[in-house]
Design a protein around this ligand. Structure first.
Ligand code: ZN
Length: 139
């Protein structure tokens, strides 16, 4: 995980909120990444393991409990399926999403320093929440 600087502005994300992915697309044991920014021309994010189904309170929808080995006090967070990208298999659905993010984000952050685009935060209840979901939901 790079030691990222926070982006000076948060780019609008029209891709993640519209992503149509079923809860059952993921299963316990899957290795996934949540894309958080750009590092020297490529996407980077937090690699985590899917643990068990868990209610995602910011969206009031089914989510997944995730284990982040680098998460410290926040080793377990709950995320919405549309935040997740498969690492463990070559997954066409996840690849399409990842490519869309890459085409959108990479040209906007050309610095060689790792940048966190600020799309994700973690609530006090260890819920991972995207900016588009956080405004309407409870923080
Ligand atoms: Zn997938």
């Amino acid at each position: 995980m790079p030691d990222a600087i926070r982006a000076a502005f948060i780019p609008a994300d029209a891709i993640t909120p519209d992503r149509d992915i079923a809860h059952g697309h993921f299963a316990p044991g899957d290795r996934i990444v949540v894309i958080k920014g750009v590092d020297d021309g490529i996407l980077w994010g937090d690699a985590m393991t899917v643990v068990t189904p868990s209610w995602h309170t910011p969206t009031n929808e089914d989510g997944w409990r995730l284990r982040n080995p680098d998460g410290g006090a926040r080793s377990f967070v709950t995320g919405h399926p549309r935040y997740l990208v498969h690492l463990s298999t070559r997954c066409p659905d996840c690849l399409i999403y990842q490519r869309a993010l890459q085409d959108y984000l990479v040209p906007r952050f050309t610095d060689s320093k790792p940048v966190d685009v600020g799309w994700y935060s973690i609530t006090e209840l260890n819920q991972l929440v995207h900016v588009a979901d956080g405004r309407a939901g409870s923080r």
